[in-house]
Design a protein around this ligand. Structure first.
Ligand SMILES: NC(=O)c1ccc[n+]([C@@H]2O[C@H](COP(=O)([O-])OP(=O)(O)OC[C@H]3O[C@@H](n4cnc5c(N)ncnc54)[C@H](OP(=O)(O)O)[C@@H]3O)[C@@H](O)[C@H]2O)c1
Length: 312
């Protein structure tokens, strides 16, 4: 039985605190969705520690504004912006084809939550396509770059929302069952954890680690698809009960810890929340990790399904 990995940090720790004293000079990092929400603070902390950071974003204007702000606040001259639309595998392939040289840190942070039913031109459900398939194509496309870094880390930003649903292999794309925005979000966020489990296993010999996390509850643009009525409904169902909102700087802390801290260098295929490895979820609670999200067989199966789906 593995021992749970703990650190002196917790729910209130900030990204700056967890990376204090870590020198990332000479390292290169990519943060998807780095132009909004916790992605900004993740990128800022990595840049502040000396890493060359690429913000992989679909809104280049927003990316440039954030890059300037990060450069100004950290003094870094190594913050770049590159186009990436995770819902479009051609865009993902273009991004990975353009990448040259080693990659030390990949933070799969971008995401969409509880959107109404939307499909990509291939017919893939949009949350699964963006949150999982986009990041799957990105990581596999960058595998060589990650392997050549020696000790690269992949960080998969999941959510406590993974407790809403396992990956429903019989109908991932909601072709047979009624669409539910929360089940789709939950499925995609479980997929983010299963991806880390399988990547950690497959790529261990390349010195690559992969871990997943829940960042906490943070007011960001993520809630754009959630109406006030829907929030009321969730609160009434007990879902938002006990949520203590974090600042974006606190929300970025667990990502940054997994991306850069020596305290978690041994972590592989694990799920963290509040800067510590999470305990198994106790049914009826909103914390911890669901057993189905760490299931080795499901992780292997999802990898194969994902390869078949995007055609790699
Ligand atoms: N905030 C929370 O309470 C919370 C809780 C649990 C988990 N999370 C997770 O944390 C991560 C970051 O969320 P956040 O709260 O910082 O939300 P956010 O402010 O909405 O940031 C999400 C980012 O993802 C980008 N994105 C969405 N679709 C994309 C696509 N097709 N291609 C490329 N980028 C795309 C967005 O770009 P645009 O700006 O162009 O749309 C945005 O930059 C997400 O994975 C989310 O599931 C957040």
């Amino acid at each position: 039985m593995d021992t749970r990995i703990t650190t002196p940090f917790g729910a209130h720790s900030t990204a700056a605190e967890v990376i204090d004293g870590v020198d990332l000079t000479g390292r290169r990092a990519i943060v998807t969705g780095g132009a909004s929400g916790i992605g900004i603070e993740t990128a800022r902390a990595l840049a502040g520690a000396g890493a060359a950071v690429t913000l992989a974003v679909r809104d280049l204007g927003a990316g440039e504004r954030v890059a300037s702000d990060i450069a100004e606040t950290t003094g870094s001259k190594q913050v770049e912006v590159a186009p990436l639309d995770l819902a479009d595998q051609a865009s993902v392939r273009a991004f990975t084809a353009d990448w040259e040289g080693p990659l030390d840190i990949l933070v799969n942070n971008a995401g969409v939550m509880a959107s109404p039913l939307m499909r990509t031109p291939e017919g893939w459900e949009m949350q699964f396509a963006t949150n999982h398939l986009g990041h799957f194509g990105l990581a596999t496309g960058l595998h060589r770059a990650l392997a050549s870094a020696g000790g690269a880390r992949i960080v998969s930003v999941s959510s406590t929302g993974h407790l809403f649903s396992p990956v429903v292999f019989d109908d991932i794309q909601f072709r047979e069952r009624d669409y539910d925005p929360w089940l789709a979000y939950g499925q995609s966020k479980t997929a983010n954890i299963l991806f880390a489990v399988e990547a950690a296993k497959r790529w261990a010999d390349d010195g690559i680690t992969a871990n997943a996390l829940h960042p906490g509850a943070i007011h960001t643009n993520l809630q754009r698809h959630v109406s006030e009525e829907e929030l009321q409904r969730l609160r009434a169902a007990g879902w938002a009960a006990g949520f203590v909102y974090k600042t974006p700087e606190q929300g970025a802390a667990t990502s940054v810890l997994l991306a850069a801290s020596p305290l978690v260098a041994e972590a592989k295929g694990r799920y963290f929340e509040d800067c510590n490895e999470a305990a198994p979820n106790e049914p009826g609670t909103r914390r911890g990790v669901a057993p189905y999200a760490l299931d080795q067989e499901a992780a292997g199966r999802l990898w194969l399904v994902s390869e078949q789906t995007i055609g790699v």
